[in-house]
Ligand binder design. Sequence first.
Ligand SMILES: Nc1ncnc2c1ncn2[C@@H]1O[C@H](COP(=O)(O)OP(=O)(O)OP(=O)(O)O)[C@@H](O)[C@H]1O
Ligand SMILES: [Mg+2]
Length: 545
Amino acid sequence: MLGRYPLRLDTKPHTRGSRKRAARRPADVGYDRAVASRSASATDFGTSIGEAYATGGAAIELGLGVHEGEVASAARVRVPLRMLNRHGLIAGATGTGKTRTLQVIAEQLSVAGVAVFAADVKGDVSGIALPGSDDGPAKKRARELGIEWVPAGYPVEYLSLGGIGPGVPVRATVSDFGPLLLAKVLGSNQTQEQSLSLVFHYADAKGLPLLDLSDLRALLTFLDSDAGKVELRGIGGLSPATVGVLLRSLVGLEEGGGNDFFGEPQLDIADLLRTAPDGRGVISCLELPAVQDRPKLWSTVLMWIVAELFEQLPEVGDRDKPRIVFFLDEAHLLFDGASKAFVESVTQTVRLIRSKGVGVFFVTQTPKDIPADVLGQLGNRVQHALRAFTPDDAKALRATVRTFPKSDFYDLEELLTQMGTGEAAVTILSESGVPTPVVHTRMRPPHARMGPADDVDGAAKSSPLHVKYATRLDNQSAREMLAARLEQAAPPPPGAPTTSERQKKAAEATGGGADAIGDFLKSSTGRTIQRELVRGLFGLLKKRG
Ligand SMILES: Nc1ncnc2c1ncn2[C@@H]1O[C@H](COP(=O)(O)OP(=O)(O)OP(=O)(O)O)[C@@H](O)[C@H]1O
Ligand SMILES: [Mg+2]
C-alpha cells in the first residue's frame, strides 16, 4: 500500500490558480529545479522536513515523514507544545486512525503536565488509562519507526452526561447553559432562538434561577398563563404563540437526556484542569456511548464546556504550553443545522480562547464539515486518508486538497487517497507561526490500550469527583418561586439547601410569600442580583466575584 505515489517534481500544481501563477513567474521554474534536485535523495527529504519541523522548546512527536514508501528517520514530525493553543483538525475516513492520533497527542500532553478533555464517542478512548498490549500493532509500529516503546497507562477521569451511563455526572444549570446553546439543542429556528434569549433575559432581570428544565418549563408556563401574558406585554418581541412552541419543544429534550443533564451540582471547570500527584495532566474522558442516540444534546454540551472554559479562565497570552487541550469528536454534529448566531459564537470562542491557554482540536471526517471561518483558525492539521469512491467523494477530496498549503513533495490528491491506516498528511504551525510543508507521516503508536477500558464504572465510582457530583441537588429555584406566586403558597421551609450566593439571595427573597417576586425585585438584594447577571458568548452566564 505504501510508496505508490513516487516523489514527483512539482510541475503539476494542485490548483488552477497556482498553475497560472507558476506560468507567469519564470523564477518558479528555477525553484522547481531546486526542489527536484533536493528531492532526489531521501536524505535531503529527511533533512528538509526535519528542519521545517524542528523546535527549540518541547514538542508533541507525531511520527516520521515517509519518502517513497520509506520512513526517513531524520524527518521527525512534531508540533511545538506552545503552538497547541493554535488549535487543530484531525480528519479522515472511518477507521483511518483519527482516534489513535487523538490518543498519541493526549498521552504526550499528559506527560507534559497538560490537562486533556476528550469526547469519547465510541468508548474506545477509555483504554488510555491502561498500558497497551506488548504484542499488538503498537509494538509493530514502534519497530517500523525505530523508536523505543513501553506500555503505559495515564491518569484518567471518566465523566458522563448527567449520569447516563458510567462516569461522574456532568451537569449544567439551564441558566448557565444560556439561550443560544439551548436553542441549538431544541432545534429552534431563529425566531424561537431570539425568543428564548428574551425569556432568559426576563429570568435574569427578575432574579429567577433557572436550574433545571422544570424551572424553564415553569417559567414558560407562567408566561403562557393569564398572569404571565400581562408580563409578556412588557417583553417586546416575545409572542404567546412562540412561548407555546418552546413549551412543546421542551418535551423532547426532557425525555431525551435533558432532565438528567440540566441541574446541580454544575461541573466546576477547575475539575478539568487537574494534574495527578506525579505531575502528569489528567485526561478527562466524557464517555458518550450511552447517549449516542442524542447527538444534538452531547455535541452542544461539548461546546458548552469549551465556552465555559472561555468564560471562566483568565487571559494568559501565549505560554510555553497550554493549560488544557480539548478534543471535540464528531465535530460535524456541532454545525448540523446550526444558526448563524451559533456558528458566529463558535468562531469567536475558538478565536479568543487561544489567549486563555486552551487548545481545541476538531475531529471529523473531512475539513468540509467545519465552517470556513472556524477551519481557517485550525493551525495544526492531521489529515488521515480519504476515500474517493463516488463523484461526491472526489469533489470533497479536491475541496480538501485546496485547504492545504501547496506541496513540493507530494501530489496531495494521490497522497490523501493512498495513505495507510495510522498515516496522515500533516501540516502544523512552526514555533514562528509559519505553516510547515505538508508531510506524509507514519504516526507514532499510543502507549496505552487502543480500545475500551474494562471497568469505566468502577473507576468513576472510586474517583473523588464522584463524591462531589454523584448526588443531584434540588435547590430553591424558579419553579418554587413561580409556584409561590401563582398558587399564593406558603413560604418555603426555612433552611432549604442552597449552594450558590445567587440562590441564597433568591431563597431569602421568596420568604415573603405570594408577592415575593415583586417585593424581591424592589429590594436592594434584587437589584444586586440584576447587576450580577452578565451574559457573554453564547449568552453564557458570566460569574462575578
Ligand atoms: N498510530 C497508530 N499506531 C498503530 N496502530 C494504529 C495507529 N493508528 C491507527 N492504528 C490502527 O488502526 C485502527 C483504527 O484506528 P482508529 O480507531 O483510530 O480509527 P478512526 O479513524 O478513529 O475510526 P472511526 O472513524 O471508526 O472512529 C486501530 O485500532 C489500530 O489498530
Ligand atoms: Mg475513532
